[in-house]
Design a binder for this molecule. Structure first.
Ligand SMILES: *Cc1c(COP(=O)(O)O)cnc(C)c1O
Length: 374
């Protein structure tokens, strides 16, 4: 089946006998046993719930994994993932990372005995004897750098490490890290998978059954799983994932090209622009460029003016939904990063990040124009 079809029919297991077209929201915390030592396959909803299983099977199918586990947020998924590791273990990550992941690693995981290197001069050089995993996201947030997934997978394989890829920005519609050699895919389902800015969720997808089972034990034990209602909302969002990604990309392309021609815009970071340094790798490893654009304006005053005067675009954190959102990474997602480190990475007071939604390109451009000139 094609991807569009799998978004709708990715899980063929039926959970009721009424012929319901949509998976029911099973609000039961627990399930009765048909006999001693017997189970319907569902015992207690922390362990598994039919609505959540439906979502997990769908996402596992879309990413080409053995199984998926749905968590209450992307960060809950990432912190469950950290439970695969033990004190003394080291993880190589990248120097342009989602701010929340950086905060988790530095404020929580470090306290628990894990250490991290944020590689900027190549992943291989940062590997130590105690390294257990490589954790990347691509394109990165917010600087839109592209990491070669197959090359990272080769390094991981040679050195016996797990490769973990945060695939939130491109989703399996445009990029399938497991097919390129990754072991685990991570998602903030809050973003494109849900797609409507109305639910939080996280997902882990594993390539191998052994890793999947270890993650499932962690999820059941630590308990930050996704509720049946949220599982339903993310399932519902995924049904339109393919069409949303297509249109959001198309509009992002138009807006990014327009931004490059504006006098007050000094840099545009969109991987769909042929002169973006990651464009070539993206063509090789991904089926598209997505809907995320970062850009720098000439001075802080213009940045603030845009944020305060946009009307259709909302000045709000998050991304990937039908509503276009603009953020100020220096003050929002990356506020916890030391200032000099942040600025050396290009995340300064002139940088804005735009998540292109489903409004028309014409209206978005008109909105940015009036905000810049306000
Ligand atoms: C939002 C986001 C997360 C965290 O997800 P939440 O659902 O907000 O907890 C992780 N990675 C990336 C790339 C994100 O954009």
């Amino acid at each position: 089946m094609d991807f569009e079809t799998l978004c709708i029919h990715g899980n063929t297991k039926k959970y009721d006998t009424t012929g319901a077209i949509c998976v029911p929201i099973f609000t039961s915390a627990t399930f009765a046993h048909p006999g001693v030592g017997k189970s319907t396959g569902f015992d207690y909803s922390r362990t598994q719930n039919p609505t959540r299983e439906h979502l997990e099977n769908t996402v596992a199918t879309l990413e080409g994994g053995c199984g998926a586990i749905a968590f209450s947020t992307g960060m809950a998924a990432t912190s469950a993932l950290m439970e695969l590791f033990s004190p003394g273990d080291h993880i190589v990550s990248i120097d342009d990372l989602y701010g929340g992941s950086y905060r988790l690693f530095e404020k929580i995981s470090a306290k628990n005995g894990l250490s991290f290197t944020y590689a900027n001069s190549g992943i291989s050089a940062a590997i130590r004897p105690e390294t257990k995993a490589i954790f990347i996201e691509t394109p990165t947030n917010p600087m839109m750098q592209v990491i070669d997934i197959a090359a990272a997978a080769k390094t991981a394989r040679e050195r016996g490490l797990l490769l973990i890829v945060d695939n939130t920005f491109l989703t399996p519609y445009f990029q399938k890290p497991l097919k390129l050699g990754a072991d685990i895919v991570l998602h903030s389902g809050t973003k494109y998978l849900g797609g409507h800015n109305d639910a939080l969720a996280g997902l882990l997808v594993a390539k191998d059954i052994e890793v999947c089972e270890r993650l499932r034990v962690i999820a059941n034990t630590t308990g930050a799983i996704l509720s049946p209602f949220e599982s339903y909302l993310i399932t519902r969002g995924i049904k339109t994932l393919a069409v949303r990604m297509e249109r959001q990309q198309e509009t992002a392309n138009i807006v990014a090209s327009w931004l490059t021609q504006q006098e007050k815009i000094t840099a545009v970071y969109y991987i769909g622009l042929p002169k973006h340094p990651g464009h070539e790798i993206t063509l090789k490893q991904s089926g598209g460029f997505g809907g995320m654009i970062s850009f720098s304006v000439c001075d802080e005053e213009v940045a603030v003016k845009i944020l305060e005067h946009v009307k259709i675009i909302q000045y709000a954190e998050s991304l990937g939904g039908v509503e276009s959102l603009i953020t100020y990474p220096a003050l929002q997602t990356h506020a916890d990063m030391p200032q000099n480190e942040r600025i050396s990475r290009g995340i300064d007071s002139r940088l804005l990040r735009l998540s292109v939604g489903l409004e028309s390109a014409k209206d978005l451009i008109a909105d940015l124009t009036q905000a810049m000139e306000a």
